[in-house]
Design a protein around this ligand. Structure first.
Ligand code: ATR
Length: 270
């Protein structure tokens, strides 16, 4: 029987994951089926259990179920424990559910693909929600000179930074604490969705800096437009989406797909 995988979300009909994984499967000649499933908001665990009972071997998990997925796992990778969230579920032969997260490594791989040097970089991360928590460990593992987490609610950023202080030079605070220059500014707020821009100083970017938005759209986000107008190189989160998918595929199938052509095709389809 063909191994089944899916992405769980709600809503999920616009997810790009089925197209991405279909392309990976074709490229690697892996015989898998990958679909999108809208899980009920009040019973994520039930949706996973029935999928697993029906031949499901693994799943990606997106908004709003990453914390619910974290809670149902029998075992968790160390990085998922740090992130407090799971975006990849794997069903073992023993019937146990293992949880992992590939979001953070997906971001780091995409940054590397764009030639961003993280070692020694002064990094600013905007936002202090689940999306940001998921990427702090691999960013710190790359040995930046400093990492400032700035958030509308300053206290959340301070608490989040404190949780990661054992891993590197991280601080947290409000937007008023932001003073550049930074080599890399990552927008992990959901402000872009509302077309909002956090209040930031004009002299945020060092020469040659990169602005990265974890969101993507057919057009540059308001944050990326603002950053480009101030001299930064602007990169959106479409590559992170493809890279995290590739890491999940590797966990499930033991094969690493080539992300470049898949990303190019996806970009053209936006
Ligand atoms: P996610 O899982 O996507 O990170 P979240 O946990 O709800 O979602 O976090 C959303 C983040 O975007 C938070 O950092 C939030 O700031 P607050 O902690 O102050 O709520 C930030 N955010 C959302 N809308 C924003 C806006 N209009 N301006 C600035 N920050 C915003």
């Amino acid at each position: 029987m063909t191994d089944r995988y899916c992405v769980f979300g709600n809503p999920v009909s616009h997810s790009k994951s089925p197209a991405i994984h279909a392309a990976f499967a074709e490229q690697t000649s892996e015989d898998i089926e990958y679909s999108a499933i809208a899980a009920p908001l009040d019973d994520f665990a039930g949706a996973w259990r029935s999928f697993a009972a029906d031949g499901g071997r693994g799943a990606n998990v997106t908004v709003p179920f990453k914390e619910a997925a974290f809670r149902l796992c029998d075992t968790l990778s160390q990085r998922a424990q740090r992130a407090g969230a799971v975006n990849t579920l794997l069903l073992g032969d023993d019937g146990q559910t293992r949880g992992d997260t590939t979001d953070g490594i997906g971001l780091v791989r995409d940054l590397e693909r764009h030639g961003v040097v993280l070692a020694g970089a002064r990094i600013l991360v905007l936002g202090a929600g689940g999306a940001v928590r998921g990427v702090l460990e691999p960013l710190l593992a790359a040995h930046p000179a400093s990492l400032l987490v700035a958030n509308r609610t300053a206290e959340k950023a301070a608490t989040l930074a404190a949780d990661f202080r054992d891993l590197g030079p991280i601080r947290g605070g409000g937007f008023d604490a932001v003073a550049g220059p930074f080599d890399l500014v990552i927008n992990g707020t959901s402000a872009s969705l509302a077309g909002d821009l956090p209040p930031l100083p004009d002299d945020l970017f060092a020469a040659g800096a990169t602005a990265y938005d974890m969101m993507y759209a057919a057009e540059p986000t308001v944050f990326l437009r603002w950053a480009a107008a101030r001299g930064a190189r602007a990169v959106d989160g479409l590559g992170m989406l493809v890279e995290q998918a590739a890491e999940s595929f590797l966990l499930w199938r033991g094969r690493r797909p080539d992300t470049g052509p898949v990303l190019e095709a996806l970009r053209r389809s936006l």
